[in-house]
Ligand binder design. Structure first.
Ligand code: XMP
Length: 326
């Protein structure tokens, strides 16, 4: 029967057999899959592994620190952070169309990762120790899904850290290929990873970039990060994390409405709450959050986040809505 200790021992042996004394590279996204995959590889081959984390400026509050500080403290992995915030924001300037944003973010991610990789390759090649392996956090359901090849319409172009170019001359190391998400979480806990990473709800690769309806700017990202942090803190305090699949917080940057604060008129943006329950993200239902919790979230956001004067609740299931707004 299934036991996370056995799976770890098994995977560690397999990884050692596959990579020998070779160098291994892994892109961390801040999510659970890449974090657990990298931790397994580190368990197996220690400092033969180098991790790269790209800060694209579309992360939520605290996420970079969770990787740079907490994850590194828990695992001891060698981490290179690439600060690519300016580059992503420059590339996204003036762009409002959702698919164009997704393509730009995916493209820039690949470029930044390739550049970091080239630098690391050069560094290790100089030491006579080239990088030959690339870790991917592919799960069993991903393996099954991509094997299907059914002609489903492309609704959104998904961008994942895993979606790297095909011409990479690496051999893949995929220690999660036989596992489901809850098994990956169990292994992560067994390996002592921080709960903020292991228990994290799904978060899209393009990050907050697809939760700003309209152009993505630094100011809007800051504003959305504040609102999102309030929502996450309140949902956690209410003990609802286990019931919620995820709760996108969306800034309608292209919409403004009139409000009043003190003696003054305001003309601010709405924030949308999108709490959903789901089994697999293919379908979802909106969660009937308690009214007093909604009231608290609304009060806090409108009081604490400058530029937001209205909070609205998305009561659309999937279908016909998607979970994300873009
Ligand atoms: P939708 O909006 O299509 O989202 O109902 C379904 C699930 O997928 C997540 N999502 C993404 N995840 N890269 C990802 O890794 C992406 O580009 C992406 N777009 C959406 C979304 O958060 C939800 O869990």
């Amino acid at each position: 029967d299934w036991n996370s200790g056995n799976v770890i021992a098994d995977q560690v042996a397999k990884i050692r057999a596959q990579v020998g004394s070779g160098r291994v590279l892994c892109a961390l996204s801040g999510g659970v899959d890449s974090a657990v995959a990298a931790a397994l590889v580190h368990e197996a081959v220690g400092d033969q592994l180098v991790c790269v984390f790209v800060d694209h400026g579309l992360l939520r509050a605290g996420e970079r620190e969770q990787v740079e500080r907490d994850y590194v403290a828990a695992t001891g992995v060698r981490l290179v952070t690439v600060d690519a915030v300016d580059r992503f924001l420059d590339a996204l300037a003036g762009v409002s169309d959702p698919e164009t944003k997704r393509k730009i973010i995916g493209r820039e991610f690949i470029r930044v990762f390739e550049q970091a990789q080239a630098e690391l390759i050069a560094e290790f090649a100089a030491e006579g120790d080239p990088i030959r392996f690339l870790v991917q956090g592919t799960l069993y359901p991903d393996v099954v899904e991509s094997g299907g090849g059914s002609g489903t319409a492309n609704i959104k172009s998904h961008h994942n850290v895993g979606g790297l170019p095909e011409d990479l001359q690496f051999e893949l190391v995929e220690p999660l290929r036989t596992l489901f998400k809850d098994e990956v979480r169990a292994i992560g806990r067994e390996l002592g990873l921080p709960e903020v990473i292991v228990g994290r709800q799904p978060f899209p690769g393009p990050g907050l970039g697809i939760r700003i309806v309209g152009e993505v700017t630094r100011e809007r990202l800051d504003l959305l990060r504040e609102a999102d942090a309030i929502v996450r803190a309140e949902l956690t305090a209410a003990g609802l994390d286990g019931e919620i699949w995820q709760c996108p917080v969306v800034l309608l940057a292209d919409v403004r409405s009139v409000g009043v604060m003190g003696d003054g008129r305001t003309y601010g943006h709405p924030i949308v709450l999108r709490p959903v329950s789901s089994e697999d993200a293919m379908t979802a239902d909106w969660i009937r959050l308690p009214y007093d919790l909604l009231a608290r979230i609304s009060n806090r956001i409108t009081n604490e986040v400058a530029g937001v004067n209205r909070v609205v609740l998305d009561v659309t299931s999937k279908p016909p809505g998607t979970i994300e707004w873009e």
